[in-house]
Design a protein around this ligand. Structure first.
Ligand code: DX5
Ligand code: ZN
Length: 226
């Protein structure tokens, strides 16, 4: 599935947000210049953490007009994907490690009218997705082991991004390459050089001393200048 573009996009993760006022937090992120909202969905099984369900996403849908992407860190994405699409997510990203029949899983997402994406943990080889690239709008490369924010960026993932870009070009596709985990003003340039164009950031945005607007602005500028 082509449709990705190579423009720089900054996607705040909701993980560090104040969950008691999520709608207001999303409004702040929209005003701060975010391109999308990255919903970190964790089921306490695929990763050792538990976050939110589709009802919470649905309740926030009316707060902003930004696209919603769901990063499904769950054991059963076939069960949950339709719920998050119904809740208003435009893009569903499935971990390659969490499904037995990835081609079918992605086709079911596409048949519902949503965009499909695939996500790889740090230990998963990029070759594992070469036969489904034609189905996806985006590939998400984890630069941390999933489950928590605020972890150290794994530069070991950059070679995977570079190889992925080669695979995308070999197949003459147009796919967004997203990176997620430990992205901040010190790591986003090297991630850009490796070939990423979409960047998830949680702590770098929510913990910035000058607020999310400055954080997003600076991240975008560093990536654009890289
Ligand atoms: C981790 C999540 C990431 C994380 C990013 O499992 O998928 O999106 O929240 O947080 P930072 O940017 O703080 O590493
Ligand atoms: Zn994520």
């Amino acid at each position: 599935m082509s449709g990705g573009e190579s423009q720089i996009e900054i996607c705040p993760s909701i993980l560090p947000a104040d969950f008691s006022r999520l709608g207001a937090e999303l409004e702040t992120l929209e005003e701060a210049g975010a391109d999308r909202i990255h919903w970190d969905i964790m089921d306490g099984n695929f990763v050792p953490n538990l976050t939110i369900g589709p009802d919470t996403v649905a309740s926030c849908r009316k707060s902003v007009s930004l696209p919603f992407e769901a990063h499904l860190m769950v054991e059963d994405p076939d069960l949950l994907s339709p719920m998050f699409i119904e809740a208003g997510c435009d893009l569903i990203m499935v971990h390659v490690e969490s499904v037995r029949h990835l081609d079918r899983t992605l086709n079911v997402i596409l048949s519902s009218g949503a965009k499909a994406g695939v996500t790889l943990n740090p230990s998963t080889p990029i070759e594992s997705i070469s036969n489904v690239l034609h189905l996806v709008d985006q590939v998400l490369i984890m630069s941390v082991n999933p489950g928590f924010g605020g972890q150290k960026y794994l530069s070991s993932q950059e070679i995977k991004i570079t190889r992925l870009k080669e695979m995308v070009n070999e197949q003459e596709l147009s796919i967004n390459i997203e990176i997620d985990g430990g992205i901040n003003e010190n790591t986003i340039a090297q991630a850009t050089h490796a070939g990423a164009n979409v960047f998830v950031a949680g702590s770098a945005i929510f913990n910035h001393p000058d607020g999310p607007g400055k954080a997003i602005h600076d991240l975008r500028k560093i990536a654009s200048d890289a």
